[in-house]
Design a protein around this ligand. Structure first.
Ligand code: IVH
Length: 695
């Protein structure tokens, strides 16, 4: 058979010719994939490679019955990196809770034991490994082939940086030997101290940007749009976790680390398994001593429960796993002078004293401001302008003033006087009884509060509007371009005004409008969080979204809850995690006329999508409200609650007409009786477990 040429019209191919050509194409594409991914040595240009894939696809489009499961079109290819597209993580990338001292570490292990209901004599194995100060990424492998890599982003969605990750030499592009078919390897991209020093030297010689620390250098290098630049920046990678997996890779974390090594990943050589919490604490001290000699920055240790089945039972709370914790190293300190004390006004009106410092390097970063926390702290430490102070910095935490060197000259002879009016709007600054914080009572009249609220509104976990930094918001606000959150969505009518401003050209304005546009559809929980209501953080916003489902229903409920006798109020405080204090802030916020106006406007300008329960599985308790009471035998209350929530149930603290199931353990008291009175279904622990067992 004479083979048709590559430009022979697809529609004129016979089925036999098509089959033959697909086979040849498949072989060729696979060969070029190997050259590119495994050997890092492509033999044809990207355009030639694309032409092969296009031909393959064109034939398949014409002969759909010839598409084979192993066809190149069924695999994700090498998407050219034009900008960063968004990638949603199949399993969210979590962050870690923190242990600040040894006692927190003991409490972590104790909490794990309580949650799992372990017997006294049952040990908990913990893997301790260095916490690498880099950026976390998720690497997706299919059939052992590296197909996609993304930054953490907000944990749910990151940026596709595949092309840049491919430039990391130590990152395997093709894994042989038993990696599950679909598998995400997670870990930290970092730059070694030596590579960092080299890079900065080269940058300096070229008159280019000098990086402040290895972490910034790694981040700046990974987020280059041109991967040729990334290729010239020596990045490294430590693997330490996994995300999506078609099969579980191991039964313990330590076994998983071994596998990673066998698959060709770099894992941290300092990872160790411990059975005694005191040994873990001692190891922390050992690495803290040694860390300056390591060739990469480490900002603490991470402890992980070794058994994977226990990790699964422990699950997560909010965005951090219950089975792991970060234990930071003690903060680095330095001495400098307080030039001035200023007062900052935050989103909720809190007045925070700030020490403006003579710049000093602390742990590799230049610090020129440090928080003094509040009125009492300033008085307790007796910090005055002109004092010599000890400042410290731990990780990403805001630098703090630790103490005053009272043995050094003190130009000011009187303690600092904390203002009782707002330095921005002049309103009374009030301090409620039992509160450490003095707050401006100016509310929306106070420009500082308004600006901070706007910054919060566009911040990463809220509306996440790119290209609008804090400084931009301050100037836009000062000039009246943006007064309320709704104004962000009206910026498109003001592009001429923006373009007149310094630093704003056609492109940056177009980008800004595009990123605002992109956010005009938003999930309900993000929306509620973005409003910046006092005490309503991400976790509470999520609980509210889950409970009420839509913006309308939520608003109506908050309005109705104004009456403390109402059912709406009872429902609100009955949400596990929302007490009367949070409820009061919510009701107050929604009742405020100006807030209501803003909500109305936003409602018109945006589309707020209803809350969708994650993977609303068909479980017998999805969407049901359950109450636990009494002592459970098979698991702790915490685990029972987490399990119920994972199956889509809402867990409430008290029984009402809306309760679907009451699960009674031993010694259940009034709640069981109330359930019986109201005719709510009562289950004992065994019946409950049987009901949810299969899920
Ligand atoms: S485990 C579900 N292990 O720390 C657990 N994280 O504060 C996921 N990090 O976002 C994290 N070294 O960027 C883990 N050995 C290590 C780590 C580590 C550094 C980073 C990671 C994560 C952050 C959490």
């Amino acid at each position: 058979m004479k083979r048709p040429t590559r430009d022979f019209p697809v529609e004129k191919l016979t089925e036999k010719e098509a089959t033959a050509e697909l086979k040849v194409l498949e072989g060729e594409i696979a060969e070029h994939d190997r050259a590119y991914y495994r050997d890092d040595a492509p033999r044809i240009t990207d355009a030639e490679y694309d032409a092969l894939r296009q031909r393959n696809e064109a034939i398949e489009a014409h002969f759909p019955e010839l598409v084979r499961p192993d066809s190149p079109s069924q695999r994700v290819g090498t998407a050219p990196a034009a900008g960063f597209e968004k990638v949603s993580h199949a399993r969210p990338m979590l962050s870690l809770g923190n242990a600040f001292d040894d006692e927190d570490v003991r409490e972590f292990v104790a909490r794990v034991r309580r949650f799992l209901g372990l017997a006294e004599d049952e040990g908990v194995e913990v893997v301790a490994e260095p916490k690498i100060d880099g950026l976390s990424v998720s690497l997706s492998y299919e059939d052992g082939r590296f197909v996609r890599g993304a930054t953490r982003g907000d944990g749910a969605t990151g940026e596709n940086v595949t092309a840049n990750l491919k430039t990391i030499q130590s990152l395997p592009k093709l894994v042989e030997g038993g990696m599950p078919r679909v598998f995400d390897v997670r870990g930290e991209v970092y730059m070694s101290k030596a590579d960092f020093a080299d890079l900065n030297q080269r940058q300096e010689a070229a008159g280019a940007k000098i990086f402040a620390n290895p972490r910034n250098a790694a981040a700046g290098s990974l987020r280059q749009l041109d991967s040729k630049i990334t290729a010239a920046r020596p990045l490294s990678f430590f693997a330490y976790a996994w995300g999506e997996a078609s099969d579980p890779p191991a039964k313990t974390h330590s076994e998983f680390l071994q596998k990673l090594k066998r698959w060709g990943f770099q894992t941290n050589p300092k990872a160790r398994v411990f059975t005694e919490v005191e040994a873990v604490i001692a190891y922390h001290a050992e690495i803290a001593e040694e860390r300056h000699a390591l060739d990469y920055d480490v900002d603490g240790m991470v402890y992980k429960v070794n058994r994977i089945d226990w990790q699964e039972r422990l699950g997560q709370v909010s965005r951090a796993p219950r089975w792991a914790i970060a234990h930071k190293f003690a903060a680095e300190q330095a001495e400098t002078m307080v030039e001035r004390i200023t007062i900052q006004v935050g989103r909720t009106g809190a007045l925070t004293p700030v020490a403006e410092l003579r710049p000093v390097t602390v742990g590799g970063v230049v610090v020129s401001r440090a928080t003094l926390h509040n009125e009492d702290e300033i008085a307790r430490k007796d910090v005055r302008e002109g004092d010599t102070v000890v400042v410290q910095r731990a990780g990403d935490v805001i630098p703090q003033v630790v103490s005053v060197r009272k043995d050094k000259p003190r130009p000011s002879h009187r303690p600092f006087v904390f203002p009782n009016t707002c330095p921005i709007c002049g309103s009374q600054a009030q301090r409620d009884e039992g509160e450490a914080v003095r707050r401006c009572t100016g509310g929306l009249v106070c420009a500082a509060q308004a600006v901070e609220r706007l910054k919060h509104f566009v911040s990463r976990d809220a509306f996440d509007i790119e290209g609008l930094g804090g400084k931009h918001i301050e100037t836009f606000f000062a000039d009246g371009l943006i007064k309320t959150p709704a104004d962000f969505f009206r910026l498109k009518d003001k592009t001429d005004q923006i373009k007149e401003r310094e630093g704003w050209g056609e492109t940056s304005v177009a980008n800004l409008i595009a990123s605002v546009d992109e956010r005009s559809t938003i999930e309900l929980d993000r929306f509620i969080y973005a409003l910046g209501i006092r005490q309503v953080g991400q976790a509470t916003a999520r609980l509210l979204a889950k409970q009420y489902g839509s913006l309308e229903v939520w608003r109506r409920a908050m309005f109705a809850a104004h009456d403390p006798e109402s059912e709406a109020y009872a429902d609100l405080i009955n949400i596990d995690g929302v007490g009367p204090l949070v409820a009061a802030d919510l009701i107050f916020f929604c009742a405020e006329a100006r807030n209501a106006d803003v909500l109305d406007e936003l409602g018109r300008l945006l589309s707020v999508s209803d809350f969708v329960a994650p993977a609303a599985q068909e479980t017998p308790v999805a969407g049901k409200t359950v109450v636990f009471t009494g002592t459970l035998e098979k698991m702790s209350r915490g685990e029972a609650k987490a399990r119920a929530e994972a199956l889509g149930a809402k867990v409430a603290g008290s029984v009402s007409k809306k309760t679907d199931f009451v699960i009674v353990g031993a010694d259940a008291g009034s709640k069981a009786r109330k359930a019986a009175d109201l005719g709510v279904t009562v289950l004992d622990e065994a019946a409950w477990l049987k009901m949810i067992d299969a899920f």
